[in-house]
Design a protein around this ligand. Sequence first.
Ligand SMILES: C[S@@+](CC[C@H](N)C(=O)[O-])C[C@H]1O[C@@H](n2cnc3c(N)ncnc32)[C@H](O)[C@@H]1O
Length: 421
Amino acid sequence: MKGSLAPRSRKIAEACNALAHLGFPEAKVKATLTRLAGLYNNEWKFIEEDNYQAVIEILANEASEEAQGANDASDKRMYNDPRALNVPSMEAVVQKYPIYLNDISKGEESVPIPLVTENSCMELPDFRYIKNNIAYKDAHVDFSINRISDHNCCAQCLGDCLSSSLPCACAAETGGEFAYTQGGLLKEEFLNECISMCRDPKRKHCYYCDVCPLQNDLKKKLRRIKPCQGHLTRKFIKECWVKCGCSKKCGNRIVQRGVKIDLQVFEAPDGKGWGLRSVTALKKGTFVCEYAGEIVSNQELDERNEERSTKQEKHTYPVLLDADWGSERLLKDEEALCLDGTEFGNVARFINHRCDDANLIEVPVEVETPDHHYYRLAFFTTRDIGPMEELTWDYGLNFDDKSHPIEAFKCKCGSSFCRDR
Ligand SMILES: C[S@@+](CC[C@H](N)C(=O)[O-])C[C@H]1O[C@@H](n2cnc3c(N)ncnc32)[C@H](O)[C@@H]1O
């Protein structure tokens, strides 16, 4: 339309306007916006999210870095006294978005995970931070080292398995190739296959049990046994471990080394409570974190769910370790396991749900036991992610299933594929 601004210029003008009161020079705002628009593929909703928080933080970081490190004398003059140019200092921004906790992991992770918020009324859920899964009561997991046979490890290897011309025994699980690149990312082909198996609407990768362990307990039998709802068969990663001869820095040991990126727990948009985001941009295939929790039998989880269903609270969503139930013999109750991060959990308990096109995917990882009824569950990015973008995963909820003991929340994921219509 004649006389009106083109959408992109309008977006830039609106952002400059919104940020003007914080005193950022218009030229700087424009430069940062142009950079972010490229990074986010012109998805302005990410740039506009939370009152331009991503833009504000980048600008404030730049201002602070320039103030500290710039050799250019005029730059120094500009930023040594932010008031002179009305540029907010990093401290001012931190005051606006104060850090409420320096490290929710309390030193468990090798990088601190701060919790930041503007809203001091938001309560932190009551849970104990654990870095690794812990077995509860009768859940059957056997970590004994004699269970790892010679073909389950690469005892003869030295140094970094990824740098050898021949894949080691541990790569056999992933079709004779390592799942990781030399740069520590999940290989594109492997990742794309995981994504398409997970998002396949025809559910051709689902295994349907004759006698489903989820319907195995007596109480359910006395009610009405539902047919098996299907279990998604997933691709596994097998990492080298203690019986392998390679070094601890071997490139086939990513998940077991824990969180390595700068994460933040923050107040997620649209009233979803807390959420998780990465401070820096992440490439597609980056390992973010594991889902850690108590390893419990499904029977135990049923009992916990019944108890929790009466309480009105935000629920964590325990994950079923059913990625390979199709190849297992009939599982005993104590072998049909899941991870429950409600009372003992890690940073993954803050990741909110997004239907279908979430930017994280969970991949089963075999580390300390060759049994596939227990494994670790690791989150990798499904695409490139911008700084300060919320991290999400698809909990796999069926929003129409009214028989589940825990009622699903009203989904506010905002995805155009949202299943909660
Ligand atoms: C695993 S927790 C995620 C962290 C949670 N937001 C918190 O504050 O602790 C799951 C809970 O977060 C909220 N939640 C997660 N994804 C959501 C979504 N897409 N829409 C609405 N609420 C969501 C629901 O209350 C759900 O019970």
